[in-house]
Design a protein. Structure first.
Lengths: 386, 372
């Protein structure tokens, strides 16, 4: 889900070497270096900003908390990380990455940090660099990169050639995703219990869930709530009004770099007809998920099972997507998609209905695909209020 | 909502410059150091990439992504129309056509802040690329309206309550991120929709940074840059807090920062230029023998403008010759590294008046102590 981007991420950031040791990044880079050799790239430039940084984080563990970061990853030799922070911030930035050479890319530091470094690659005419994440880069920064490179280098878009991060999660990624799924499951429970037992105020319940997750080292927490019983979702409004049920909301947490998210729907009294249908369809989809299944096929199955009700408008015609270092990873589980689910891929499956008579509901689950089926990592739980 | 006066001013700008239309963009990042042109012209803090289209007849349309956010957007936007879209470029093409701007002379604000893929699609969707007028939003919004100033006062009230919470909650054994989480949520409960909250501790700080894993202990000097946003108005207060009795050098040096703040406030009246204010602050450090420390990395700037409305008057530095105007807002912070105390923080959000700058805080920054 798209949510309001905070101006800075305030949570617990560090390079947890016990969870993601150096050799893990060595293996990740080996895959990238094979792609460099295959495509003749002397290096890859991986860019990420405060909002979207999956490729940069996968390769460097660096997550920009404001502005942007960019790693220069050569086929041979040491890597360098450039971040949009002043020189006095660099000691703190160095604790976030395995890359020893971290430089400031702010203002005049740019020329000192990157231009001399490029010279070592300039021993052949028009050496080629691959680029990751450059679509996100503001044109003004892209112009600065172009000026630095001049005629000496040719940039080639690598995003379509090599998937970084890969859809198939590595074992240590799965461990971290399980931890973030556990946290979002617990936060969703706090969300629901707060509304049911204490407040009846969706924003208070969402804030209780956020406080719970942040106090447990979440690096970021995003919430959405419905102030009209589930028909629409809104970001934080600061109203804290008591709203007649059901409670419909959304919570996403990032822990040690990895996102997990869940919808929360709490009915007042008996579950609505829409709730019962969506619960059943969600179970059906989870049971159907296996390696090789086309995303479009999963979407079609969902739409057929929900009929005559259309998918909730807040889901933007999608029944989910990949999740991991980005809250919204490929593939999109949408109509006509030929992308296939892969073993050890992790997906958030999202379903919902907005119908005045049958009820408003949004539910989801996070699923890891195994060779012979699905492993459920988190799921919206059936909680009802009296 | 009544029509935003800034839309009317922008319409005058179009007439004065023989332009047919304006497109103001936002990348959805709501950076606290930059003007957000969509916020300035519509009053909406957008979730995703968005744009306001204005024609020379004064008709305006807000386009937001994702499409499901359109209802919230329409409820607050000052524009005539609001639409939701999956793809900003496609919606923009249709909207430009509806406003009869196809092939006409247009200006843009903030296009260069979008990701280049999105920006490229937008340029391709418009027949002629608009000419950049990137300073327009920040210039039109450089003086806060009465409503904005009231929101800023409230934001500062929240910041001060947040700092009081820090004094209550911080203790040895707590991790920095736990303290930051508590303050963030506490201020959100009071109405802060966003918060550029930097908070870190050391026995000898080099700078402030975002909270980390460090466990607080006796002798730690906690630096906090508390920056809540309330109804689009960011404010900032900078505070220094010691766990246990502060060393004499810390007390001595903090008094220098307070003196520098007083000189800065007195100098920052309407008509003064930013460079003069900076020099007034730096002179206090010079008199104390620290002139050589009035440069990076010992400090960065003596303050700065506050987005997302307008980041004017810009950074408070000696090379900024911009003239201050009554009603401008910025944060003044003579934060400083000094060798015998480390980095210390003392800062207030201020509004410019004819006789000097007025700090929004009820209680000026002081060196505070948490009993060990």
């Amino acid at each position: 889900m798209r949510t309001m981007q905070p101006c800075v991420t305030i949570g617990s950031y560090t390079w947890a070497q016990d969870r993601l040791p150096n050799d893990e990044f060595g293996l990740r880079l080996d895959e990238l270096r094979r792609a460099m050799a295959k495509h003749g790239w002397r290096a890859v430039l991986a860019y990420g900003d405060v909002r979207e940084h999956a490729a940069l984080a996968y390769l460097s563990n660096f997550i920009p908390r404001v502005r942007w970061g960019m790693a220069l990853l050569p086929r041979d030799g040491d890597a360098r990380l450039l971040c949009a922070m002043s020189t006095r911030d660099l000691p703190a930035m160095r604790t976030l990455t395995w890359i020893a050479d971290v430089r400031s890319g702010m203002g005049p530091e740019w020329d000192k940090a990157f231009d001399p470094r490029f010279e070592r690659f300039a021993d052949e005419p028009a050496a080629q660099f691959g680029t990751l994440g450059f679509d996100l880069m503001a044109p003004v920064l892209h112009d600065a990169v172009r000026r630095s490179l001049g005629q000496r280098f040719v940039l080639q878009r690598a995003d379509d050639v090599v998937a970084v991060p890969p859809q198939r999660k590595r074992p240590r990624e799965l461990t971290l995703l399980r931890a973030s799924c556990k946290l979002v499951q617990d936060a969703a429970q706090v969300f629901a219990e707060s509304w049911r037992q204490k407040s009846g105020k969706p924003e208070t319940a969402a804030l209780d869930a956020e406080r719970f997750a942040r106090s447990r080292a979440a690096q970021d927490v995003r919430t959405l709530v419905s102030l009209d019983g589930g028909r629409t979702l809104v970001p934080y409004q600061g109203r804290f009004d008591k709203i007649a049920g059901p409670l419909v909301g959304y919570v996403a947490v990032k822990l040690m770099g990895y996102w997990a998210d869940l919808f929360v729907t709490v009915d007042q009294g008996e579950p609505s007809p829409a709730r019962r249908r969506v619960e059943a369809v969600l179970d059906t989809l989870i049971a159907a998920m296996r390696p090789g299944l086309r995303a479009g096929e999963l979407h079609a199955k969902a739409i057929a099972a929900l009929a005559p009700w259309p998918l909730h408008p807040a889901l933007s015609q999608s029944v989910g997507h990949g999740i991991g270092l980005s809250l919204h990873e490929a593939p999109e589980l949408c109509a006509g998609s030929d992308a296939t689910l892969v073993e050890d891929g992790v997906y958030t499956v999202q379903l919902g209905v907005a119908d005045g008579a049958a009820g408003h509901v949004l539910l989801s689950a996070i699923v890891r695909i195994r060779a012979n089926g699905a492993e459920l990592l988190a799921r919206s739980r059936g909680i009802t209020a009296p | 909502m009544t029509k935003n006066a800034r839309l009317a001013e922008a319409t005058h700008y179009l007439h004065d410059n023989a332009l047919d239309g304006l497109i103001a963009f936002s990348n959805g990042l709501n950076n606290f150091l930059e003007a957000n042109a969509v916020y300035v012209f519509s009053g909406l803090r957008p979730i995703g990439e968005s744009a306001v289209v204005l024609d020379r007849d004064g008709r305006s349309t807000l386009i937001v992504t994702p499409p499901w956010d359109a209802e919230r957007a329409a409820a607050v936007s000052a524009t005539d129309d609001t639409i939701g879209a999956d793809e900003l470029a496609d919606a923009l093409k249709n909207t430009a056509h509806k406003h009869r701007l196809t092939g006409k002379r247009m200006a843009s604000v903030g296009l260069s802040l979008l990701g280049q893929a999105v920006a490229g699609r937008i340029v391709a969707a418009l027949d002629d690329p608009p000419q950049p007028a990137d300073d327009l939003a920040r210039d039109l919004a450089r003086v806060r309206t009465a409503e904005e100033l009231a929101a800023a006062e409230r934001a500062n009230w929240i910041a001060e309550r947040g700092y009081e919470r820090l004094l209550e909650y911080a203790r040895p054994g707590l991790r920095e991120f736990e303290l930051a989480a508590e303050l963030y949520c506490f201020m959100k409960q009071l109405g802060a929709e966003d918060n550029f909250l930097l908070l870190s501790a050391s026995q000898h700080n080099l700078a402030v940074r975002a909270a980390g894993e460090r466990i607080l202990d006796v002798g730690d000097i906690i630096l906090s840059e508390i920056t809540p946003c309330y109804r689009g108005q960011f404010v900032q207060i900078c505070r220094t807090t010691v766990i246990g009795e502060p060393p004499p050098a810390v007390r001595k040096n903090y008094a220098i920062l307070q003196d520098a703040m007083a000189e800065g406030l007195a100098a920052a009246g309407a008509g003064a230029c930013v460079a003069e204010v900076t020099r007034a602050i730096n002179a206090v450090f010079g008199k104390s023998g620290y002139a050589d420390y009035c440069r990076p990395p010992y400090m960065r700037v003596r303050g700065h403008g506050l987005g997302i409305t307008s980041d004017r008057p810009g950074d408070i530095v000696e090379r900024n010759e911009r003239e201050l105007e009554s009603g401008m807002m910025f944060v003044m912070h003579p934060n400083q590294y000094l060798p015998d105390s480390g980095y210390l923080m003392c800062g207030e959000s201020v509004v410019v008046t004819p006789s000097g700058a007025r700090a929004l805080s009820a209680r000026p920054a002081a060196l505070d102590v948490i009993a060990a």
